[in-house]
Design a binder for this molecule. Structure first.
Ligand code: COI
Length: 358
């Protein structure tokens, strides 16, 4: 790989995690990070790799007040032949730029963002864990840095990429989780920022998650903000249901669903397998009725962090609805094996989705 960004290496490399079973998600960070500045009139400039460490900002920086911030999530994997690869990085970078548009943040040229990510991962490649189920989580993000309190788009920004060796997102791994249907709060509405990976969306979701966890559930099932009827997402993930053998996921047309890369990959693989797939509005009542009639075969969330997260129970209005005997369903398992197999190079990439680094 040609290095195009200057690198300042750390003088104090951190010890690598001794026990990869204890990694959890996003708790440890590697030795370096990527930084690049934006200044109106000059564009994005001064891309560089520096030792991982605090970023100093004026307390009036706009990100602290009006949350003009966005992020992405992707992963780097070690393959059996020792190479390192990304999974569909072009799709994450395209989504990052779509989020930029929604939040009035200047776009970053896709080749610049890809080079930044690849060069950083290459420098910290010995941080990529080796054990099954682990990977190196990549967190690119952009923050607005203008030191002023007027509400308008910032004229200066920082693009930063940090890396974290991770294990399972949920402590329970790929085991089915208990999900509470959220009837009080909503994640987003049509016309809002639901389709964007804006930090503010996740801030707004915390209260639902807190409520769910206090009642013994892993996450919430969000309903749409207008009718309070149609399924939106599960926690921070896209959601799929299998009813009468048909795989159904909410469609993207209203702009309230995040266009997940794992969501898209699942849809494309399911179609390749010839399974019936529908992207459409799906009312919570339809799902609960299907469960009552024994027609709800499976339910699962999809996302970069957890890949596939089976739903073992839905809880709504004081009533529990068990899904597939609280077991991982065959479609969820098959999708997990296919996607994780491609990501880690265990399966041959017949989809052209992997991108080798170095
Ligand atoms: C993902 O599923 O990858 C997510 O977006 C969750 C992330 C915010 C930790």
């Amino acid at each position: 790989m040609e290095y195009t960004f200057p690198v300042t290496r750390t003088a104090n490399p951190k010890p690598r995690p001794a026990d990869e079973t204890q990694l959890g998600f996003g708790k440890l960070f590697t030795d370096h990070m990527f930084l690049m500045n934006y200044t109106e009139g000059q564009g994005w400039h001064d891309g560089r790799i520096v030792p991982y460490g605090p970023i100093s900002l004026d307390p009036s920086a706009m990100v602290f007040h009006y949350a003009q911030e966005l992020f992405e999530g992707m992963k780097a994997y070690r393959t059996p032949d020792g190479t390192v690869q990304l999974f569909r990085p072009d799709k994450n970078i395209e989504r990052m730029n779509n989020t930029c548009d929604r939040l009035c943040v200047p776009r970053i040229a896709p080749e610049v963002a890809l080079q930044a990510i690849c060069q950083l991962v290459d420098i910290d490649r010995d941080w990529i864990p080796h054990s099954k189920g682990t990977s190196l989580y990549i967190r690119p993000f952009i923050i607005a840095t203008d030191p002023m309190l007027g509400v308008h788009p910032s004229k200066t920004y920082i693009f930063c990429v940090i890396l974290s060796p991770v294990g399972s997102y949920y402590a329970a791994g790929i085991n089915p989780v208990r999900i509470m249907v959220e009837r009080e709060y909503v994640r987003c509405v049509k016309g809002g920022t639901g389709l964007a990976k804006a930090g503010g969306n996740y801030a707004a979701s915390l209260i639902g998650q807190k409520k769910a966890e206090e009642s013994g559930f892993a996450q919430v099932l969000w309903l749409d903000g207008i009718h309070r009827k149609y399924i939106d997402e599960v926690g921070a993930m896209n959601v799929f249901f299998v009813i009468d053998g048909v795989v159904i996921t909410p469609d993207l047309t209203d702009g309230n669903i995040l266009p997940g890369v794992t969501r898209r990959s699942c849809l494309e693989i399911l179609k390749k397998w010839g399974l019936p797939v529908e992207e459409r509005k799906l009312a919570i009542d339809e799902v609960l009725q299907a469960q009552q009639e024994g027609r709800l075969n499976e339910a699962f969330g999809t996302g970069t962090a957890a890949v596939i997260s089976p739903i073992g129970e839905l809880y709504d209005c004081g009533r529990s609805y068990i899904v597939n005997n609280n077991e991982i369903g065959p479609i969820a398992q098959r999708l997990y094996d296919a996607i994780y197999g491609l990501q880690t190079g265990v399966l041959e990439d017949d989809m052209g989705w992997t991108y080798k680094i170095g």
